[in-house]
Design a protein around this ligand. Sequence first.
Ligand SMILES: [Fe+2]
Length: 217
Amino acid sequence: MPVAVATWGPLVFVHPDAAAPPLETLLGSVPASVRAGGLDPEGLRFHSRVEYELQANWKVVIENYLECYHCAVAHPGFSSVVEVDPTRYRLEASSWSSSQFCGLRETPRGPGTGTSYQPSGEITGGQFHFLWPNTRLNVFPGRPNLSVGTAIPIGPERTRGFFDYFFGEGVRKVRPGTCLLSTTRSGAKTGCSSSRCSAACARACSEAEGSYLRASS
Ligand SMILES: [Fe+2]
């Protein structure tokens, strides 16, 4: 069966419809935003894949990704170094994607101050892109990094997925992430089935992720 195949940076996209619109149409302004943020996707190398399974409907998993109102409470380490105030946290939407942008605080503050998350590096702002219907692309402040993941429904209250982690040359992951998400929202169940589940949203593992933005010695 003929399929459409296209690449962006280290990622390969396959569409079962060979006559599907080009990948550039789906990605929209995302590649330009990533480059404007200081990341060259061509310089990234695959590091690892982390699989996860959540006791949640896949739409809840995606919805959890689309905002950062919960960050100050759920992700204190991330929020201590990154601007998460709604007046400074930028949201953009286009035909096939929605994007979140955040910068670094001038001075870390809040309950997470002192976290191991050290965001210094070439990337000075965070970018979190949702590609319809179930793909997420994350760039965290710090050394060159990109994580991409899916949310695949396997039942009314069960979602499975993975995140693939890519880093620039000389950047390494020094310890596995741990997921913070375990909450109840509008009667829908969300939670981790494993202490090493990747994330139901980008920030869930951000405090640990900061540790793998360090340069290897
Ligand atoms: Fe979160």
